[in-house]
Ligand binder design. Sequence first.
Ligand code: ATP
Ligand code: MG
Length: 252
Amino acid sequence: MKIAVSGKGGAGKSTVSAQLVRCFTLNEMPVFAVDADPDANLGLVLGLDPDKLENLRPLIELQDVIEAKNAGGGTLVDLNPDVDDVLENYTLREGLLRFLKMGSVKQGGSACYCKENSFLNAVLTAMLFERSEPVVLDMSAGIEHLTRGTARGVKVMLVVVEPTRAGVATAKAVDRLSNDLKIEQVYFIGNKIRSDEDRAYLESSLPPERFAGMLPFSEQVLEKARRGEPLVSKLDDLLPGLEKIYEMVCRR
Ligand SMILES: Nc1ncnc2c1ncn2[C@@H]1O[C@H](COP(=O)(O)OP(=O)(O)OP(=O)(O)O)[C@@H](O)[C@H]1O
Ligand SMILES: [Mg+2]
């Protein structure tokens, strides 16, 4: 199962991503967890070693590897290079979990970052199409790492949305982008719900049948965030809302 998680900044993407990743590892399934949000902190939320995280190079910065892969000239996408070694050597492992950082897609005036961006694309392509392990992509609202090609490999896009006007506006924008990329299953997840009004607000702002779940505002999550503690198990507070999603995405 290849899953992407998106939504407005602070909506709860990394929280939801981490809980999904844990669903796989607790079921003893290997999983790729991908930090695809330039200012994301998925690794910390997952409880990975801060020093190792600090030392893990984002894929976009692997200049030496990118140059070596591109030695024959042309673009990497055309060459369809073998990037399995990258998935072996530039991921942080913890038991069944493999974690990697994408880094920002480079866009710069006259400069061409074609090689770098093609490299990211090749690694995503390998993970989404060639590897059998589930993948959880923690993405920014822009979902800029996905192209028409790689988006075909994403089975489900989960859009995390808080009950605010800005949150809803971003969720609609992500939905449109996902549609443009022809991702078939796009579901919303309401997050930080404190009242029936919050729930009703979301259900009147977005098609109610497209919600995969609603998660309460959780003191348990807040407390962990305050202490800087990772989410290494499934949290009771979020479980009722996530159960349907678990059922949908992390079955064997
Ligand atoms: N259901 C919840 N209840 C209480 N707090 C929550 C809940 N979900 C997320 N949070 C808190 O909200 C903050 C933002 O959550 P998170 O980091 O998961 O969002 P994000 O969308 O990944 O943010 P960013 O865009 O910065 O990467 C965190 O402090 C997190 O602990
Ligand atoms: Mg995040």
